[in-house]
Design a protein around this ligand. Structure first.
Ligand code: SF4
Length: 422
């Protein structure tokens, strides 16, 4: 069996302890968030779509880890079979390190390796990842003509069926991966030695815990960190940020934005933002919260814009809670015409951050779900990402649940505003 894989190697580059824990104590990992799971799924979906760029390949994906040795053998057999010109998820092992290569394409006497990324640009981690794959392929004696990273083309505009040749871009990293081979070889030996240690290495917590990825063992390593176990806030700053003069009318806004990696609607690009729904509740309105959505037909998403323009005009102050810059979002969609209107938007997320709001429930960063847990323990919110899953589930029960969750979130926004500013 192998000791390292692509993911454990990358984890080891980030932190030796994270690698050790992953191999020896995986049960201590933090629970995956809905957002993280959606990210993995997105990577898988884009990877499968990329196969169409090099059609007619043999899929080597194992059904379970126990099949790895068999798949390694089959991959080597296919390399020697002139009838096989493309392989997906070919499995290779060298020096106790196992990789699954997204796409391998016959190129004359040699092969071209392709690794797919569901991103709009390439990062250092992707280069490190490619370098490890090259190290293993070279170690297995696979003659390579090129090694390419394949990623999403930010300029692609969907028009009818997805054109994979236009959707993806290819960039050769051959020179880089050849140059990095010694670096990878040294790190593979170092990380194998880490896995063989009798105890977890001692590593100080710090910036590494979030760079380049939030570590899976954050909860485990940070649990002993002494932090206030009570809620704190700088009221002086908070009140200095209060809307002045007191607004005559307040509307609470909750936007549901969707950024599909692969464009769903004609005229949109990869990761282009769409408004799938919004909930808007007036402070003194006793009737139901107004909800607009296009869950059943995302191509209608632009219809949200005139409705929002009209609805928002009724309020002097718009209160929201979002880690994003709502003013920028509204400007982008021409819902507001200039930045000056931004002063009408009161983002509780920014305000509470600026007033150094702290509560043990928000130890790992502030989300509306954690804020609700901190201020109103009886209210039960889920992760905001869950609403996207419900709204894109293509079933009526999911749509209904998404609307209810959107309203429940907006109620927390309203309660929070009233808690601090009334
Ligand atoms: S939380 Fe930090 S110190 Fe702990 S394993 Fe992860 S990266 Fe290493």
């Amino acid at each position: 069996m192998h000791i390292l894989s692509k993911s454990t190697y990358i984890k080891g580059l980030q932190c030796e302890k994270a690698l050790y824990m992953q191999k020896k104590h995986p049960y201590l990992r933090d629970k995956l968030s809905i957002e993280q799971r959606a990210k993995f799924q997105r990577g898988t979906d884009v990877g499968v779509l990329a196969h169409a760029y090099f059609p007619g390949g043999v899929d080597m994906s194992p059904n379970s880890p126990s099949q790895f040795p068999k798949k390694v053998q089959e991959t080597m057999t296919n390399l020697a079979n002139p009838a096989v010109n493309v392989m997906y998820e070919a499995v290779f092992q060298h020096n106790d390190t196992l990789i699954m290569l997204d796409i391998l394409v016959r190129d004359g006497e040699k092969w071209m390796a392709v690794e797919v990324k569901s991103s709009l640009r390439l990062s250092d981690t992707y280069y490190n990842d490619a370098a490890l794959q090259y190290y293993v392929l070279h170690g297995c004696g696979v003659p390579l003509s090129d090694f390419k990273l394949m990623y999403l083309n930010a300029d692609y505009v969907k028009n009818g069926a997805i054109d994979v040749k236009q959707l993806f871009k290819l960039e050769s990293v051959m020179e880089y991966v050849v140059e990095r081979e010694d670096f990878v070889a040294k790190n593979v030996e170092r990380l194998k030695a880490v896995v063989a240690l009798p105890h977890a290495p001692v590593v100080e917590i710090g910036e590494r815990c979030n760079d380049p990825y939030p570590c899976d063992f954050y909860g485990h390593c940070w649990k002993h960190v002494r932090e206030p176990n009570f809620y704190t806030i700088d009221y002086k700053t908070l009140y200095s940020l209060a809307p002045q003069p007191k607004p005559r009318s307040v509307g609470y806004l909750n936007l549901l934005l969707h950024r599909p990696a692969v464009p769903e609607i004609d005229g949109t690009k990869p990761y282009e933002e769409m408004i799938l729904a919004f909930a808007l509740q007036g402070e003194h309105e006793t009737n139901d919260c107004f909800v607009w959505d296009c869950f059943d037909d995302h191509s209608r998403w632009r219809e949200a814009i005139p409705v929002l323009i009209e609805k928002l005009s009724h309020y002097e102050l718009i209160v929201c809670f979002t880690p994003q810059n709502l003013t920028t979002t509204l400007l982008r969609h021409e819902i507001i015409q200039n930045k000056e209107v931004g002063h009408k938007i009161f983002n509780l997320f920014d305000v509470l951050q600026e007033a150094h709001f702290y509560h043990p429930a928000i130890k790992r960063g502030m989300t509306l779900q954690r804020l609700a847990e901190a201020l109103f323990p009886d209210s039960k919110l889920f992760e905001h990402s869950r609403i996207i899953l419900e709204a894109t589930a293509h079933d009526l029960i999911g749509y209904q649940q998404a609307k209810e969750d959107l309203i429940a979130e907006n109620e927390i926004v309203a309660k929070t505003y009233q808690h601090f500013f009334k």
